[in-house]
Design a protein around this ligand. Structure first.
Ligand code: NAD
Length: 474
C-alpha cells in the first residue's frame, strides 16, 4: 500500500513516532494508502528546518524567489495529469473537475504569486508629516493549515504568497486528502527547491495543527477549514498575539430575480449548488427565488439535479462523485434527517445511493424558513434549500439571515438593484450574474462566522509581512 510521507528539509520522512493513518478512496470506502501520523516531534523538526532556511530564502532577490515559484508551477504543469488522477482518487472528485479546474488553479496560484513576489511594492507618503515610507519584511516561519475539499488548490493558495513574501513554511494538509500535497513535496525536492523552505507535516489536526499553532517560533497561521476549528485556533493564537488568517465555513445565498436570465444560466446555477458534491465553501446552498418564478425555477432545478450524472470519479462523464469521508457522509445524512424533522419537503434526492462509497443523491428541499438549522448551519453536501421572496427587502433579509457571511450571488438584469444589494449583503464576496469567477488579485474571505482576514493578491502579501514605517522630516 502506498505511503504518503512528510517532506521535511527537502526529504521524505516517516512520522517520528512511526505511526500511520489510513487514507480512503471515497468511491469504495476502502483504505488505499497510508499517511504519516505526525506529532510534536515532527513539528519540531519541520520548524527547525524552516528556521534554518529562513535567512537565505528571505535574503534572495525577489526575482529569485519568483523563479523558484515559477519553476514549481511549471513542474506541476508538466505533471498535471498525474496530480489530477491523484486528487480525483483521494478526494472522490470527478476527474474532469480535477483536471480542468483544480490542478490548473494550483498552477495559477504558484504562478500568480511568483509574479506577486516581483510586483509587491512599498508605499510612500509625502506631505505635512514629511516623507514616510513603509518597509515590508517577511515574518519568518509561518504555518498553513488546509482542508480536504480543494486539497492542492487551497494548499498552494496559502504556501505561494507565504513563500513569495520571503517566509519559510510548515504546511499541514488535511489528513483526509494528503496525496497531492505529498506529491508536491516530492516535486519540489526533484527540482531542487531550496531545502527547508517548504516543509509538509501530515497528521491529525489536534496533534500536528494545534502544535504548530502553539509553537513559539511560528509567527503566523493561515487556516482554511471549519468555523469550529477556526474558533479554537483563534482562542489559542490570541493570547500569544500571533497573526491569524481564518477562512471558514459558508451558507451562501443565491438570489434569483424574475427579471434575470435564469433559464440561460441554469448550468451555472446548478453548478453553484452541486459542484464537487456541494463541498465548496462558496457553493450556493440557499437558493432564494422571486415568488413569481418560484415554481418554474424549482421545477427546472429539480429536473437538472436529477439529471446530474453520478458515477465513479475516474469516469470522464461523471458530474457528481461521492462525499469525501465516512464522517462527512454521516454528517450530511444526519442533516437530511434533520431537514425532514424540521418539516422540509424533499423534492429530489434526500438519501444515500445504494452502491459502495460515500454517495449522496443531489437533494433539493423546500418549505424551510430562515430560522431552521437547515438554513443556518453548513451542510457542505449536495443539498440546496429553496425559499421564495416577494421583493428586494425580503430577499436581502433572507440572504443576511444567519451567522455566516462568505459569499452571495445575485441574478438580475436590473443593474441598480444589483449594485444596491451588493453593498447591503453581509458577505465578503458578491457575484452578479455569475458564480465562482475569480480574479486572483481580489480580496478573498468572509465576515461573521465565515472568518477573519482576507487572502488574495496584495492582501495575502500583506498578511505574510510585517510593516515598518520610516518617517523623515524634510
Ligand atoms: P476542519 O476544520 O475539520 O479541518 C481543516 C484543517 O484543520 C485540517 O487540516 C485539519 O487536520 C486541521 N485541524 C483540525 N483540528 C485542528 C486543531 N484543533 N488545530 C489545528 N488544526 C486542526 O475542516 P475540513 O472538514 O477539513 O474542511 C471543511 C470546512 O472548510 C468547511 O467548513 C468549509 O466551509 C471550510 N472551507 C472554507 C473555505 C474558505 O475559504 N472560507 C474554503 C474551503 C473550505
Amino acid at each position: 500500500m502506498h505511503r504518503f510521507r512528510h517532506w521535511i528539509d527537502g526529504q521524505a520522512r516517516d512520522a517520528a513516532g512511526g505511526r500511520w493513518l489510513d487514507v480512503h478512496d471515497p468511491a469504495n470506502a476502502q483504505a488505499y494508502a497510508q499517511v504519516a501520523a505526525g506529532d510534536g516531534a515532527d513539528v519540531e523538526l519541520a520548524v527547525a528546518a524552516a528556521q534554518a532556511a529562513f535567512p537565505a530564502w528571505s535574503a534572495l532577490p525577489h526575482s529569485e524567489r519568483a523563479r523558484w515559484l515559477e519553476a514549481l508551477a511549471s513542474a506541476l504543469e508538466t505533471r498535471l495529469e498525474d496530480f489530477a488522477q491523484a486528487e480525483s482518487r483521494d478526494a472522490g472528485k470527478p476527474i474532469r473537475l480535477a483536471r480542468e479546474a483544480e490542478i490548473p488553479r494550483a498552477v495559477s496560484n504558484l504562478r500568480f504569486f511568483a509574479h506577486a513576489a516581483t510586483q509587491f511594492a512599498s508605499e510612500s507618503h509625502h506631505g505635512q508629516a514629511g516623507l514616510n515610507y513603509t518597509l515590508r519584511a517577511p515574518l519568518g516561519v509561518v504555518a498553513t493549515i488546509s482542508p480536504w475539499n480543494l486539497p492542492l488548490y487551497l494548499f498552494t493558495w496559502k504556501i505561494a504568497p507565504a513563500l513569495a513574501a520571503g517566509n519559510t513554511v510548515v504546511a499541514k494538509p488535511s489528513e483526509v486528502t494528503p496525496a497531492t500535497a505529498s506529491l508536491l513535496g516530492e516535486l519540489a525536492a526533484q527540482i531542487g527547491f531550496p531545502r527547508g523552505v517548504l516543509n509538509i507535516v501530515h497528521g491529525l489536526g489536534p496533534e500536528v495543527g494545534e502544535t504548530l499553532v502553539r509553537h513559539p517560533a511560528v509567527r503566523a497561521i493561515s487556516f482554511t477549514g471549519s468555523t469550529a476549528v477556526g474558533q479554537r485556533i483563534a482562542g489559542i493564537a490570541a493570547p500569544l498575539l500571533r497573526k491569524v488568517s481564518l477562512e471558514l465555513g459558508g451558507k451562501n445565498p443565491t438570489l434569483v430575480f424574475a427579471d434575470s436570465d435564469w433559464r440561460a444560466n441554469l448550468d451555472t446555477l446548478v453548478r453553484s449548488a452541486f459542484q464537487n458534491s456541494g463541498q465548496i465553501c462558496l457553493c450556493g446552498s440557499r437558493l432564494l427565488i422571486e415568488r413569481s418564478i418560484y415554481d418554474e425555477v424549482r421545477d427546472a432545478l429539480v429536473e437538472r439535479a436529477q439529471a446530474l450524472k453520478i458515477g465513479e470519479p475516474a469516469d470522464e462523464a461523471t458530474a457528481l462523485g461521492p462525499l469525501v469521508s465516512q464522517a462527512h457522509y454521516d454528517k450530511v445524512l444526519a442533516a437530511l434527517e434533520r431537514a425532514r424533522g424540521e418539516g422540509g419537503r424533499v423534492l429530489c434526492g434526500g438519501h444515500a445511493l445504494d452502491r459502495p462509497g460515500w454517495y449522496v443523491a443531489p437533494t433539493v428541499i423546500e418549505g424551510l424558513g430562515p430560522d431552521c438549522a437547515s438554513n443556518r448551519e453548513e451542510i457542505f453536501g449536495p443539498v440546496v434549500t429553496l425559499q421564495a421572496f416577494d421583493d428586494d427587502a425580503q430577499a436581502l433579509a433572507l440572504a443576511n439571515a444567519g451567522d455566516y457571511g462568505l459569499s452571495a450571488s445575485v441574478w438580475t438584469r436590473d443593474l441598480n438593484r444589483a449594485h444596491r444589494l451588493a453593498a447591503q449583503l453581509r458577505v465578503g464576496m458578491v457575484w452578479v450574474n455569475t458564480w465562482l469567477q475569480r480574479d486572483l488579485r481580489t480580496p478573498f474571505g468572509g465576515v461573521g462566522a465565515s472568518g477573519l482576514g482576507r487572502e488574495g493578491g496584495a492582501e495575502a502579501m500583506r498578511f505574510f509581512t510585517d510593516a515598518k514605517n520610516v518617517g523623515l522630516h524634510l
